[in-house]
Design a protein around this ligand. Structure first.
Ligand code: GLA
Length: 398
């Protein structure tokens, strides 16, 4: 069983020491977590519902002002640093990782804030490409840290939008709002239902009794992930344009019913009928699943996870062999009550509800079968829910 170390304060100390060694000053320290999503996939950009939570995996930022005219960004994992012009943070063609941060700086500038040259070191343990939103953690943590360092007092909700803007415009993924919202706004021990139309949300303590949230990471990210994501979004929008001719009041798939889609089935081009059907069903599933949790009916909740995966795989077509295999295998193991792919798809993780006493057996069986089928290892994480983006240590920058 592969397990990664999870120790935020140890990592933070190492990053802080690195900062002090490189820049001879005490940094502002910020953490920003990855996220899971219990149910409600590809619904956020359709103004629908999602059920995410922030997790006990963080990206960690050490920040301080620079005496030089330019800024620097240093990623520990890549052991790579870039300099940038704080008055004109241009997008880079390579490496890619600074673009998440440069896009955030661009947003501050576009909103009229004067960003001073700064140094930033980034580390942490949110796995990349695993569907745990390391990119949202990167954008949100940096936006929060730059805001705090300068004393701009921009509210978290606005920072969330700035982070999403960076992803759209500097990275090129037309993501919804779920990941940035979850990374920024998570509450320890809680999940929440977010209405992606008006951004209203309610937290609830996630009481899984004797079940654990276990992620199985395929360790693959298929190359079409980002382009297919944008295509799915466009397909949904084209479905709305078609239906609008008949139901002028609808604004998004949020307003659409299965009846409306079926009444015009023959008019949808290509896979648009399937895409719209999935989204409408998934939205309803989130609301029903929230009721299951309220009623303490975890088995019913787990069934909806399987139904969600089925829709993502067959109708929305964002799964892949590795994810489908993991979900199918999970059904063969006692003590698993729900499993589905999580996040954008085409790789990354499945999220599983597994009885606590069965976790060890579950993981060893899954690992063995996955290795036998694909010839490489999977990874796994047992998740705890943590708070959203925050200062890690008292700000002693003055
Ligand atoms: C990615 C996006 C999110 C959301 C999920 C799918 O994580 O960043 O906005 O659309 O995919 O639910």
């Amino acid at each position: 069983m592969q397990k990664e170390e999870n120790n935020t304060s140890q990592q933070a100390n190492a990053i802080r020491a690195k900062f002090e060694e490189r820049y001879h000053q005490e940094p502002l320290m910020v953490r920003s977590p990855g996220r899971i999503n219990l149910i409600g996939e590809h619904t956020d950009y359709n103004e629908g519902y999602v059920m995410p939570a922030a997790i006990d995996r963080d990206l960690i930022f050490a920040l301080g002002f620079s005496k030089e005219p330019h800024g620097t960004l240093y990623a520990l994992k890549q052991d790579e640093s870039v300099t940038f012009d704080v008055t004109n943070p241009a997008k880079l063609s390579s490496p890619q990782w600074p673009n998440y941060l440069l896009g955030v700086i661009r947003q501050f500038i576009d909103k009229g804030y004067s960003v001073k040259p700064l140094h930033c070191i980034i580390g942490g343990d949110v796995p990349t490409g695993a569907g745990l939103s390391s990119s949202a953690a990167l954008e949100c943590g940096f936006a929060f840290a730059v805001n705090h360092l300068h004393g701009f007092h921009i509210p978290k909700l606005e920072l969330i939008h700035m982070a999403q803007w960076a992803e759209h415009n500097y990275v090129g993924v037309k993501c919804g709002i779920m990941d940035q919202f979850a990374s920024m706004m998570g509450v320890e021990g809680n999940a929440f239902v977010l209405d992606c139309r008006d951004l209203s949300y309610h937290y609830f303590p996630l009481n899984l009794t004797d079940f654990s949230i276990v992620l199985c990471d395929t360790m693959v990210k298929h190359s079409l992930a980002d382009s297919a994501y944008n295509t799915r979004r466009a397909e949904c929008e084209s479905g709305v344009i078609l239906l609008k001719q008949y139901y002028p009041k609808i604004r998004s798939l949020r307003d659409v019913t299965s009846g409306m889609i079926d009444a015009h089935r023959d008019q949808f081009v290509g896979k648009v009928y399937n895409r719209c059907t999935y989204v409408v069903q998934e939205n309803q599933r989130v609301l029903d699943a929230a009721n299951d949790l309220k009623n303490g009916d975890l088995k019913a909740f787990g069934k909806k996870m399987y139904a969600s995966h089925d829709g993502l795989s067959r109708l929305y077509e964002v799964s892949c062999d590795e994810l489908d295999f993991l979900v199918a295998e999970s059904k063969k193991i006692d003590g698993v009550i729900g499993s589905r792919m999580m996040g954008g798809g085409f790789g990354g993780c499945t999220i599983n509800l597994v009885s606590k006493s069965g976790v060890e057996f579950f993981l060893s069986a899954m690992e063995e079968n996955f290795r036998a089928r694909f010839g490489h290892e999977m990874n796994s994480y047992v998740m705890q829910l943590k708070g959203g983006t925050s200062i890690l240590e008292p700000d002693r920058m003055g």
